[in-house]
Unconditional design. Structure first.
Length: 130
């Protein structure tokens, strides 16, 4: 299976808390818009995050990535989860759907990002087009 390693630019990050506790824990929802200059040209994701009192977090994400892979254009939908340890956000996702010329695509994606990467989010998509 081929792996595409790229960086997507974070164009906007709108995160809002919807539950906060006196002990410093909180729940947030983020809507993020991404742009790329390579095979993946655009994307969006939404995350629900739980922040521990110490600032680390755990999150779940639904992501949409649009672009051209192996000469086929379409959109890939991923569902995943991850953690932030105070330094690095690490996430793993799996393809749950693909449309257009990418219909039938299966695979997984990983990302590990630090504040030094900002405004870019590195992502590695390992895939197979059926």
């Amino acid at each position: 299976m081929p792996t595409l390693e790229t960086k997507l630019e974070i164009k906007s990050w709108d995160e809002k808390p919807y539950r906060e506790s006196p002990d410093g824990t909180k729940w947030t929802r983020a809507e993020v818009v991404l742009a790329g200059a390579g095979p993946l040209t655009e994307g969006t994701f939404e995350s629900l995050m739980y922040y521990h009192a110490g600032g680390t977090s755990t999150y779940v994400t639904l992501m949409s990535l649009t672009g051209t892979l192996d000469g086929r254009q379409g959109t890939v939908i991923l569902a995943g989860e991850g953690t932030f340890d105070g330094t690095t956000a690490r996430g793993e996702s799996r393809v749950i759907d693909a449309t257009g010329g990418l219909a039938g695509l299966t695979g997984t994606a990983t990302s590990a990002s630090t504040h030094a990467d900002y405004p870019y989010m590195p992502i590695a998509l390992t895939y197979e087009i059926g």
